[in-house]
Ligand binder design. Structure first.
Ligand code: ADP
Ligand code: MG
Length: 326
């Protein structure tokens, strides 16, 4: 359940239209698997594919923005951010900024059969997507001296903090922890911490805690790498669904070895957002069975299953589970 109202969705004849942006690396293969899975469970979703990759083409960003503004919803693969090219602005960041997709929501849950540092993790990470380290304002004032400017504003801190508390209340979560670096960035992160702490008083049913980011990272651990977790981006009007970590998996392209879990879960998140809860549940249960009871694990989580084996097992499970929902 999400706080706040969002824009209208494109729905004609009982079917939703969503924008699909395959992106770079394994994105195109993964979007293909999502489309197959949606087809097998008769999810009422039409995909409108638009291309946006790191290879710059004049105007394609405008086309993507136009499509997302029309449909209200998109699912995307990641776009290479080209570390080695300082002049190249990350198109993922550009897209989030242009659509003002200010809230990034990532649900980390342990899968019992997948080895992880901690058991029973169930954490929702809520992150501001548009300012702070994402300001992207840098210049080399003289050779060898770089200034990186991190901008934070009361307005946007309040917006994301409010979102976190409202999310906690709506979803019955116990505690909100503000993760910060206010021990060093006393003004910027200090403001964030102060606002989060003050706002906690308005939510007496939610416990407040705070943690320095280094400590939080160490305590949280991982739930098993880039192939497992999905991530959602929300603005006031639009929603974009993608994988939780922004990897492209370029080295895995065409090998049928990538873990499709993160992408399939992004598809499930999107179905829930569209109100297609039955289809979301069927896919989610079917994938869970494939990963746990049936042990279809790709290489990244210690198995030898192929991508298509995970997808096919999920489809078989769906066909068995579907009648229960009819
Ligand atoms: P690259 O683009 O060089 O493959 P990334 O930064 O995109 O690297 O990904 C980091 C690592 O995570 C790589 O080793 C990549 O193979 C792996 N990885 C990314 N996505 C997946 C996935 N869906 N399943 C398994 N491994 C993945
Ligand atoms: Mg990559």
């Amino acid at each position: 359940k999400l706080p706040g109202a969002r824009g209208t969705l494109a729905k004609y004849g009982g079917r939703h239209t969503v924008t699909a942006m395959p992106g770079d690396g394994i994105g195109p293969e993964m979007i293909g698997h999502i489309r197959t899975i949606f087809k097998y469970c008769n999810a009422p979703v039409n995909f409108e594919e638009v291309q946006m990759t790191s290879t710059y083409q004049d105007g394609d960003m405008e086309e993507v923005i136009f499509a997302i503004e029309r449909n209200g919803v998109a699912i995307k693969g990641n776009i290479e951010s080209k570390f080695d090219d300082p002049a190249f602005v990350s198109r993922n960041v550009e897209l989030r900024r242009r659509l003002d997709l200010w809230a990034n929501v990532l649900h980390c849950v342990t899968i019992p059969t997948v080895p992880s540092r901690h058991k029973n993790i169930d954490i929702v990470l809520i992150r501001e997507n548009t300012e702070g380290e994402y300001s992207g304002l840098e210049h080399e004032s003289i050779p060898g001296v770089v200034e990186s400017i991190k901008i934070v504003t009361q307005e946007k801190i309040e917006r994301i903090a409010r979102f976190a508390y409202e999310y906690a209340v709506l979803n019955g979560r116990k505690k909100v922890t503000a993760v910060h670096k206010a021990n060093i960035q006393k003004l910027g992160d200090g403001l964030f911490l102060q606002i989060a702490k003050d706002m906690a008083k308005e939510y007496p049913t939610v416990e407040f805690d705070q943690m320095i980011v280094d400590n939080a990272s160490m305590q949280c651990g991982l739930v098993g790498g880039p192939g497992l977790v999905s991530g959602m981006n929300f603005g006031d009007v639009h929603a974009v669904f993608e994988t939780g970590t922004r990897n492209t998996g370029t080295g895995l392209v065409g090998k049928d070895v990538a873990n499709p879990t993160a992408f399939i879960r992004a598809g499930v998140d999107m179905l829930r957002y569209l109100g297609c809860h039955k289809h979301a549940d069927v896919i989610s249960d079917a994938l869970w069975e494939a990963l746990t009871q049936q042990g279809f694990h790709t290489g990244d989580i210690g198995g030898s299953a192929k991508t298509t084996q995970v997808v096919e097992a999920t489809i078989r499970n769906m066909e068995r589970i579907l009648p229960r929902y009819e």
